[in-house]
Design a protein around this ligand. Structure first.
Ligand SMILES: Nc1ncnc2c1ncn2[C@@H]1O[C@H](COP(=O)(O)OP(=O)(O)O)[C@@H](O)[C@H]1O
Ligand SMILES: [Mg+2]
Length: 369
């Protein structure tokens, strides 16, 4: 028995016609883990999910489920179940009939089917609409029906392809929470595809960031947010200040980087092996770690200034403040910060501002793009 529920080994897909959709994807998922694939449209999320489900052939590499190689096993023989964005609910069938369907094609006895359907209706709070059809269901009920139908066959791995994409923002939030609770209580492995980073970060145990068919980074949400490993991740996840430059030196996990905005010293590096002197490197600073103060309020006792600039604009959006700043060398910066803290700073557009952060909050990553 493998310690992993799902393993992808150099999984690759080239479509007929030559489009390379997935390149050498390596991943190991533990039983009960909630893993998300996140990345821009066209980066290969759906293709990967469909290969795991057995709905798309594999060009090279392997898929293992609980240690067994299923690369060429037909979809109906895999212990997976898939939920697509449009749910694919049968409109002419009732809620119960939709749920029964997957059990009937497996030739289970009627009394077993009835029991399983009853249990899942109860679990997903659908008993009251058991004889309703799709047209009379709310968005949340349709979502739960899609889940019920997938879960009733007791898959080992549930694959979800942007399942919340069709819902409005409020419903989405509450269904996200339900989904997470359900996953915990069932202890089923979830592989969840989304282009929305906030959804991936709030739901997952680990997030896979994909770009142009390849894996950029696999990390826990907080780590992804605070310690991006590539410029792409730094741009795609969260709100980071990114300063491209050249690596000058590294020692004991810290680096000096020369950029057009200035010299950055003693910045943590987490992939020192991949960086050599003179190589392109970027300094990344998550904007929530950046404090902005009015320069004329500067005190001798303040910690060293990171950068100086001019505030161009500040907008308050709920709990966030969005700042637009021009650095001394005119580099434009956008940063997102805590609204309450920024209100207390009395920042006025046109004024000179200081930007500060703790050196160890920044990260050096290899490359510029
Ligand atoms: N059936 C197909 N035939 C040819 N190319 C495809 C097919 N499906 C997807 N692609 C291409 O493969 C790439 C990855 O697509 P997809 O896996 O759907 O990405 P995502 O789900 O991340 O948006 C894209 O360039 C897309 O155009
Ligand atoms: Mg897709």
């Amino acid at each position: 028995m493998s310690e992993f529920d799902l393993e992808l080994v150099r999984l690759s897909k080239t479509y007929p016609g030559g489009a390379v959709a997935v390149r050498e994807f390596d991943l190991q998922v533990k039983q009960g883990e909630f893993v998300s694939f996140v990345g821009p449209s066209g980066c290969g999320k759906t293709t990967t999910l469909r290969m795991i489900a057995g709905l798309e052939s594999v060009t090279s590499g392997h898929i293992k489920i609980r240690g067994e190689d299923v690369t060429t096993v037909p979809t109906e023989k895999r212990p997976t179940s898939t939920i697509f964005q449009n749910y694919a609910i049968f409109p002419h069938m009732t809620v119960s009939q939709n749920i029964e369907f997957g059990l009937k094609v497996r030739n289970l006895a009627t009394n077993v089917i009835d029991r399983k359907v009853g249990e899942i209706l109860e679990k997903l709070d659908l008993s009251e609409v058991a004889s309703a059809k799709e047209e009379s269901l709310s968005g949340g009920q349709k979502q739960r029906l899609a889940l019920a139908r997938s879960l009733v066959i007791e898959p080992e791995i549930l694959l979800l392809d942007e399942p919340l994409g069709a819902l409005d923002a409020n419903l989405r939030k509450s269904i996200q929470e339900e989904l997470k609770l359900l996953q915990r209580s069932l202890n089923i492995t979830f592989v969840f595809v989304t282009h929305a980073q906030s959804e991936a970060l709030s739901l997952s145990d680990r997030v896979v960031v994909m770009n142009a068919g390849a894996v950029e980074q696999i990390s826990e949400p907080l780590e992804l947010y605070t310690r991006p490993q590539t410029p792409f991740t730094a741009r795609f996840i969260g709100s980071n200040l990114i300063f491209p430059g050249k690596l000058q030196s590294t020692a004991e996990g810290n680096a000096s980087v020369h950029t057009s905005t200035g010299q950055f010293e003693g910045i943590p590096v987490f992939e020192a092996g991949t960086l050599s002197k003179g190589a392109d490197a970027s300094v990344v600073v998550p904007s929530e770690f950046v404090d902005v103060t009015v320069s004329s309020d500067r005190q001798e006792t303040s910690s060293p200034i990171g950068l100086e600039g001019t505030l161009i604009d500040i907008d308050f959006v709920g709990r966030d403040a969005h700042l637009s700043i021009a650095l001394k060398d005119e580099t434009p910066l956008r940063l997102q910060s805590d609204a309450t803290v920024m209100k207390s700073r009395n920042l006025v557009p046109g004024e000179a501002v200081d930007l500060r952060w703790q050196t160890n909050r920044a990260t050096v990553v290899s490359g510029h793009t």
